[in-house]
Design a protein around this ligand. Structure first.
Ligand code: CO8
Length: 373
C-alpha cells in the first residue's frame, strides 16, 4: 500500500526576541503607571490595584525564558503592548505569506523537491490574518505552484491535522506532494496586559513536504505509520474574535476578543487526554513505547511535557527523548511540535521511530507516529 512520508521540514524564526526580564520590565512599568494614575479609586476601594509580574514565576511555571516575535518595540512599549505590524497594500505580500515562503523554501530544499513536484499547499494555523483570499493561495502563487491550496485552523493542533489532510491527499492520489505550512503570529492575539498569560506565546513558522514514499529522493524522509486525531469541546481556551463582532458593537474591543484561558484547568485536563491518546495510538499499531526514540511534543509548558512523556514512556524521560524548544520560542501554537521535530531529527537512523504530538484549544490533539526511512 502507498505510504506517505514527511520528506523535508523548514523553519522561519523571527529576527527579534524578548527575554522574560524585558517582558516583565514593560509589564511592570504598565502596572505601576496604572496604579499611579488610578491611586484614588484604588485607595477608595472601587478599583483593584494591579500586581507586578515576575521572571522567576514565568520560568518556574512554564519553562519559558524568551520568545521570538515579529515586532519587539510595539510589544515592549508600556503605552502600547501590541506588536506594530503596519498594514500592507493588496499588491504587497502579506506578512504570513512572507514567513511561509522562508519555511517552505527550506522544506522544499530538504526534501529535494522542485516547485513543479508540488500539487498543493495547506496553510494550517491558529490565527489567519484575513478570511480571504486564502493565505495558502497567496503562498501557492508566490512559489509558482500549480494545483490547489486551502487554509485551515485547528488552533495548536493545526499542523498535525494538516498532516492528516496532506497524507490523505497523497495516498488517495489527489496530489503527488503537498506543502503544509504553519505561520503563527501568536503575539497578534495575546493580551500583553494580562499577568496570567502575557508571557505564554511567541511567533514562528514551520513547513513540511508530504509526498508518497516511492517519490521521495532524500535521506531526510520519515514514513508516516499512523495518525490519530481527537477533539473535545472546551471553553477553557477561547478567543471570541470573529467576523460577527461588528454585529454587536457592545462587545467590540472587549478582552474576550483576544486569547483567554483557564491555564490550570487546561493543564489538568489536557495532560491525561494526550497521554491516553498517544498510548492508545501506539497500542492500536502494536508499537511499544520502549521502541520510540523520541517524542516531539507541542510546546506549551515544560512540566506538561514532562508529565506526558512520563505517561507514555512509563518512566522519567531523558532530555533527548522529549526535546524542549519552548525555553527559547515559548508557545508558538501549531508550529511548536514541528520546530521540535525540525531541530531534533538529524540523528535518526533508518527504522527508528518517534511521535509528533500536538494539543491545545478545542480541545484538539493529534498523534503522528513516524519511522525514519
Ligand atoms: N507573575 C507572577 N506571579 C503570577 C503571574 C505572573 N505573571 N501569573 C500568575 N501568577 C501567580 C498567581 O497569581 C498565583 O498566585 P496565588 O497562588 O497566590 O493565587 C500563582 O502565580 C499561580 O498561578 P496559576 O495557578 O495560574 O499558575 P500555574 O502554575 O497554573 O501556571 C500556566 C500558569 C503557565 C499558564 C500553566 O497553567 C499552563 O501552562 N497551563 C497550560 C496552558 C496551555 O497549555 N495552554 C494551551 C493554550 S495554547 C493553544 O491552545 C493555542 C491557542 C491558539 C493560539 C493563540 C495565540 C494568541
Amino acid at each position: 500500500m502507498t505510504k506517505a512520508v514527511i520528506s523535508g521540514t523548514g523553519l522561519y524564526t523571527p529576527a527579534q526576541s524578548i527575554s522574560n526580564d524585558e517582558l516583565v520590565a514593560s509589564f511592570n512599568a504598565y502596572v505601576n503607571e496604572f496604579n499611579r494614575s488610578h491611586a484614588r479609586e484604588i485607595e477608595e476601594g472601587s478599583l483593584a490595584a494591579l500586581t507586578e509580574s515576575s521572571s522567576a514565576f514565568i520560568e518556574k511555571a512554564s519553562g519559558i525564558k524568551s520568545r521570538f516575535v515579529m515586532d519587539k518595540a510595539g510589544i515592549l512599549d508600556p503605552q502600547r503592548m501590541v506588536p506594530y505590524l503596519p498594514e500592507r497594500s493588496n499588491d504587497e505580500p502579506g506578512i504570513q505569506c512572507e514567513m511561509s515562503l522562508v519555511a517552505a523554501r527550506e522544506a522544499l530544499e530538504q526534501s529535494n523537491k522542485k516547485i513543479e513536484d508540488i500539487d498543493g499547499v495547506i496553510v494550517a494555523c491558529s490565527n489567519l490574518q484575513r478570511p480571504y483570499p486564502a493565505i495558502s493561495i497567496e503562498v501557492q502563487t508566490a512559489l509558482g505552484i500549480q494545483g490547489f491550496a486551502y487554509d485551515m485552523n485547528v488552533a495548536c493542533s493545526s499542523a498535525t491535522f494538516g498532516l492528516q489532510a496532506a497524507a490523505s491527499a497523497v495516498i488517495s492520489g489527489a496530489a503527488r506532494a503537498i506543502l503544509v505550512i504553519n505561520p503563527e503570529i501568536c503575539t497578534g492575539h495575546l493580551n500583553f496586559r494580562d499577568r496570567d498569560s502575557h508571557f505564554i506565546f511567541g511567533d514562528a513558522c514551520t513547513a513540511m513536504v508530504v509526498e508518497r514514499a516511492e517519490t521521495a529522493t532524500t535521506d531526510n524522509a520519515f514514513e508516516i505509520l499512523g495518525i490519530k486525531l481527537i477533539t473535545s469541546f472546551s471553553n477553557n481556551i477561547r478567543n471570541n474574535f470573529g467576523f460577527l463582532n461588528r454585529a454587536d458593537a457592545s462587545g467590540e474591543g472587549a478582552l474576550d476578543k483576544l486569547f483567554v484561558q483557564q491555564g490550570r484547568k487546561v493543564f489538568k485536563e489536557v495532560v491525561p487526554m494526550v497521554g491516553q491518546l498517544i498510548n492508545e495510538h501506539l497500542d492500536s499499531m502494536g508499537i511499544a513505547s520502549g521502541q520510540l526514540k523520541r517524542l516531539w511534543l507541542h510546546q506549551a509548558n515544560l512540566s506538561m511535557n514532562q508529565l506526558i512523556a512520563r505517561k507514555v514512556l512509563g518512566r522519567e524521560p531523558v532530555d533527548a527523548e522529549a526535546p524542549v524548544i519552548l525555553d527559547r520560542y515559548a508557545n508558538t501554537s501549531s508550529a511548536g511540535s514541528i520546530i521540535a521535530f525540525h531541530l531534533n531529527k538529524a540523528d535518526f537512523k533508518a527504522g527508528e521511530m518517534g511521535v509528533i504530538c500536538s494539543f491545545g484549544a478545542g480541545y484538539s490533539a493529534g498523534s503522528v507516529i513516524i519511522r525514519k526511512c
